[in-house]
Design a protein around this ligand. Structure first.
Ligand code: SF4
Length: 210
């Protein structure tokens, strides 16, 4: 059983898969409280569903791209076998996670998009060291809230040799201008990839289920 907050079909707004029509499965519950969190409704709201019920919903959508997000999906022990089952059924699966829980037990076929919580995130230091060395495709995401966050993120990437991976810098929405972050990346000769949360530009930024 998994406690699910919502299942919806939309355009992937983040990561190297931005722009792809994707089915999102948002799990309920998160143990963190980031200052910029835009899914606070997922902290508690949700309904328990078994795998069959969830797959019945998934199969009604015309896509092979599935993104499991939260909340924090890895809080629920049943998520690991669910991710494997998605891969076994031929889905191209990505997982968005806070970075605070080890991704080692996650099926290596899943694309892991791992947050690294920056100094101004409100959850600085919540990071599981395992997540710097996990099998399979991995992308690291930093939500940049300030100059301090940018400098710290650059140092973290260098110290941990993240040039081997895709590194995503996302401006904290309405807190940091995309142009400011773009110029920081260019002038700082950063190898990070700028990402904007596409769905917030396409639809009303407060709209759910997109
Ligand atoms: S980890 Fe994600 S869901 Fe949890 S509080 Fe932070 S932004 Fe919100």
């Amino acid at each position: 059983m998994l406690k699910i907050n919502e299942i919806f079909f939309s355009i992937q707004g983040e990561s190297t898969r931005a722009g792809l029509p994707t089915l999102f499965i948002r799990t309920s519950g998160c143990h963190l409280r980031c200052t910029y969190c835009d899914t606070t409704y997922a902290y508690h709201e949700g309904e328990k569903k078994n795998h069959n019920e969830i797959f019945k919903s998934i199969e009604s959508y015309p896509t092979k791209f599935v993104c499991v997000t939260g909340g924090e999906p890895l809080l629920q022990p049943g998520i690991f076998s669910f991710l494997t089952e998605l891969c076994n059924r031929g889905y191209d699966v990505s997982l968005e996670t806070s970075g605070d829980i080890s991704c080692k037990p996650v099926d290596s076929r899943v694309l892991k998009i791992i947050d690294i919580k920056t100094p101004d995130s409100g959850e600085f230091g919540k990071f599981h060291e395992d997540n710097l060395n996990i099998p399979g495709p991995t992308e690291y995401k930093f939500v940049i809230c300030s100059e301090k966050d940018f400098t710290w993120s650059e140092d973290f990437c260098k110290k941990n040799h993240l040039e081997r991976f895709t590194v995503l810098y996302s401006p904290s929405y309405l807190q940091v201008e995309p142009k400011w972050l773009a110029e920081k990346i260019l002038h700082g000769k950063s190898y990070a990839r700028l990402q904007l949360q596409l769905h917030k530009y396409i639809w009303n930024p407060n709209k759910r289920g997109v």
